[in-house]
Write a new protein. Sequence first.
Length: 117
Amino acid sequence: MNSPIHNQIGTVFIPVKDIERARDWYCDLLGIEAAGEIQFGHLYVIPMEGTGIVLDSKIYSENNVFQTPVFHFNTLNIEEAFTYMKNKGVNVVTDVQHGHYFNFKDPDGNLLMICKC
């Protein structure tokens, strides 16, 4: 069956309260430069490999933050990633589960995941 829709995810939108603070936090977390402009006063496209992430302050509300992870960041070394996050003072909300993943919250309360690939 042919479909004009690709079996790819283009980008994930993350609701954030303060676009500049969120840009700086995510870029620091990922070890990338916070370059690029904030578009339309409320969007920041994080330079990613693969599926993109767009921080969006226009869609933010306390009721809109992710209560469950809707994606995960990859790592080759889950223990190193866990230690890195703890040392950065990130709100890590689980220990490493099954030697494979853990959950954390961003400053706006979005629940996210890092997973061993």
